[in-house]
Every structure is written in structure tokens, then in C-alpha cells.
Ligand binder design. Sequence first.
Ligand SMILES: [Zn+2]
Length: 556
Amino acid sequence: MPPYAKEEMDMTKTIMLSLHAALLILAAGAGAAAPQGQDSGGAQEESIRIGSGELAVVLGADPSPAEKRAAELLAERIKDRTGVATAQPGAEIRLRLVIGTAATNEKIKAFAAGRKDIASLGPDGYCIAAEAGKGDLYIVGQNDSGVVAGVGRLMRELRYEQGRLELPAMQIADAPRMPNRGMYLWARKHYFAQGDQVDRYIEELALWGCNGLAFWFEMGQVNSFDDPEALQWLAMYRRFYATARRMGMKTGLLMVVNDAYKNSPKDLRISPIIGCPNWYLCPSKPGSVEQMVAWQEQVFKALPAIDIYNLFPADPGGCSCPDCTPWPTHGFWRIAKPLAERIHQISPKTEIWVDTWHLNHPTFGGKDWKNLVANLVKDRPQWLAGFEVGLAPHHRFAAMSAEDRKCYNDANMPLMVFPDISMWGNHPGMLVNKEYWKSLQAELNDYSPDLMKGGWPYSERWNTDIANVVFLSFFWNSKKTVETVLDEYAAFHFGPEAKTGRELLDLLDDSCKDPQQPQKIEQTLAKLEGSVPEWAKRDWRWNEIKVSCSRFRVRK
Ligand SMILES: [Zn+2]
């Protein structure tokens, strides 16, 4: 049985953590001095009540940055939502939450010995063991990303009330099915203006199991590599990649193969093609390939080690000159091949993926992408990790037919997806579109599960948060239903008002057909306004949801 299919075990008992002022993060040495867990021999204990200073988060003697940060985020979340203050050192500790991997934490190592579920955890997996009556609770990660995902899961299982916490007793062993559970954040000022919020968001995505962060360095926004604005963007990327690394995530870079700076040499420019700025370079003009490889190399080297490099073909990109046509096997390949070889030479560990977004467009060769795929399958260059395919049924030229998907399945190469979650039907406020997400899920599951390695949704604004979580959940387990994910999301972000919050999300769904939609939205929002905990309203998501509600004004 694959690890992701493991049954989650019974969650019957409830551990009541009445935390009035009870959180302490300790190194293992300090934890060892604490009293042992309560004797559970024969005791019929339904719950554990914890007073001041009685819960400690116990890390190993030399915890990883991911472990330390996950523990801090857990402590912050509990404090923000319950008011529980950090315990004073020396306070009696009755309950310890031990976090880490067998490699970083001796207590985890001892606990994991003899546990088959932990020994067989797949990559990035975690185990949560929380037994009523035991003094020690465990979050065991297979690695950093697993620890972070496990802490995120625990945060979502906790029930937060003013002055106390409730945790159902549980034994969970879970691991993701796909290794690349990424997020592509579109670097635009409206999205990235507040660096601290982006940092926190990257961390929150990691808590949902995200293990990859991708950006596109868009040359055409600036005049040259030395443009102060370009340097600012690069500094910002380095900062966000560092945040991602600290959470155990991979880094990704999407680069349009024939991208160019705004003041590019005029004699090397493309013949105009739809959706492509005219300053891009034509790969068929003498000297242009060398120039483009040099530019891309400069960007690549200015960033920390990149794990995944995507060669993006179009939208934007392309050239309509006769020598570049059809684009996939001519212009695109003329630059993609030397570029990939150079990146591979600089960094052999970097995975290089070929994206085929938008290539169904007649101007981009119609079905010539099939020749590109066939050539690559035949040649199998050493640098090639696989193909990234569009997941965009509403996009005229990125949509894939069942026949197209079969072509990729037959190619028998690893696959990633680039889901379009926000480029169509834009509207202010939080996006909810269950039917659309289900159609994307069906497409995702139409690819061979052995080949599908994950992907990164195109997230261009804060309002894609729910869609982001839905896709991270699919990459973890592609059979998980949209309804289940929305339930989890509502439980986490509306707390005790999860049911009402969920009703509101359903009403905001773009596919909602309820004739009373505006009136019900007004009523449900008013109900939530009066009952949802203050911590839910402090979250930026609350504002996105309110903006979304404002689209439905009731006429009076
Ligand atoms: Zn050309």
C-alpha cells in the first residue's frame, strides 16, 4: 500500500489542553528535566487538562531551521488565537510536544524505534502521535518538509478557544503522493509590496504541505540586469527563496526562453507574434542565442541554488519569422537546447523541465509540440527532467484534450502541471470555484499517476488562497475531494464558526446557482461578523472574503 493511502487511525478521545499560560519551547536537555508523562496504566482518562506552564514544545539538541521556525509558528498561532502566554522557565511541565526527525531529535529517534508506520513514511511524510493519558505527544517528520507539514496538520487539528486548546487524540501517518508540491507566485508589486506578508505566506503554504516556490524573473520589466529595479527584484527573490529554504522547500525558476531586457538590441528582435513584447529576441538571428544564454546565466547565478528550472515557450515568448516557424521544434528548440545545456553545465543537480504552455495555438505550430515531445523522448538529453503541461481547460490555447494527455502518458516521461487558477474570470476578492477546481482535478488524474510529479499553480494575487490550498491538497493526495479541502480550510480559518464560514464560501462560489445568493451572502456575512473569533478577522483573508461578498449587493 502506498504511504499516502494509509488509513488515519481512530480519533476518539479528546485531549483537553486548558492552556491558560502554558507554552514553552525547550531544547531536549531542558525537556529531559521535566516530569515524566502521566501514568496511563489502567487510567480511564478521557482528556488531559493543562494548567499554566504545562505544555512545552521540545526540539532536539541541534534542531534544523525548519524545526525551529515551525515550533515558533505553532507557538505564535496558539498565542494569537487563545491568548495563551509563554510559560515561565522552571514551570511544571506535564505535556510535551516533541517535534523533529530521527536524525535531529534523540527523543524522536527513541520513539520511532520499533514503529513500522514511521519507518515506512514516504518522502516528506509525517506521523502525529497524540494519545490521551500520555505526557509526550509527537510530530515525527521524514525530513524538514515533513516536520513542517506535520506541524501544519496539528495546527489544523487543534481547536482554539479563548484561554484553551483542544486536541483530538490521534495517530496519523501520512505522506504526499507527489514530490513537487509547489507554488508559482507572480512577482508583481500589488502582490509583493509587503515583503513580511509574503514571507509569512510562504511559511503558511509550507504548513499546507507546499515544498516548492517558483518565480519568473521577467527581464522585460527592466532595461538591463544592472537596472536598480532589477537588482531590487533579485534581492527580493533571494529573500523569499531563503524563507522557502528555511521551511524545507525547493526553489524553482520559470524563464521564458527568448525573454529579453526592454532595451534589447533592435537588430536581434523577433518578428511580431501574439502575446509577445517586441523586445524579445529571435533565436534565428546570428548572435542572439549567445546573448540570451548569457542573460539567463547571469540571472541564474545571481540567485541561490535553483532546484527546478522551467523552460517556458510562449505567452509570452515566440517569434513568427520563417526560420523560427513552427516555434516548438524551430525557434524554441534553437534557444532551449543550448540554454538547458548551459544551465546543466553550471548546476548539474538542477532539474530542467520543458514546459509546453500555449503551444496548441495555431501561430505556435498547432500540434508541432508533439514533434518536440517525440524528439525529446527519442533523444533523452541528460538534462531533461520531464514535461510541464498546462492544466487550463478554459484557456483556448493552453487547454489539453484527452488525446493530448494520452500523448504525454504515452511519452512515459515525468510530468508536472501548471494549473491556471486565476487568469480567467478575475473578480475582486477571494476566488471560489468548486466546479472549475473539480474539472482541473479530473484532468490531473487523467495523467498516469506514476508519471505525475506535481506542479505549481499560477498564483497572481492574494485572492487565490483557497485555490492554492486546494491544489497543494491535490498534490498531496489527488483523490481528496474539493469539499473535504474546503471543510478543512473553513475549520482552520473560521474556528468554531466553521459551518457558517463554509456556507459563505459555498455562496461565494462562482458556480453557485442559488437565486437567493445575494441575500444569503448578506445574511451569512452578518452572522459571521457577529460570531467569528477576533483572530479570524485579524487575518488578511477575512478582508478578501468581505471584498468578495461586496460583489453581491442586495438591491433595496
Ligand atoms: Zn525568429
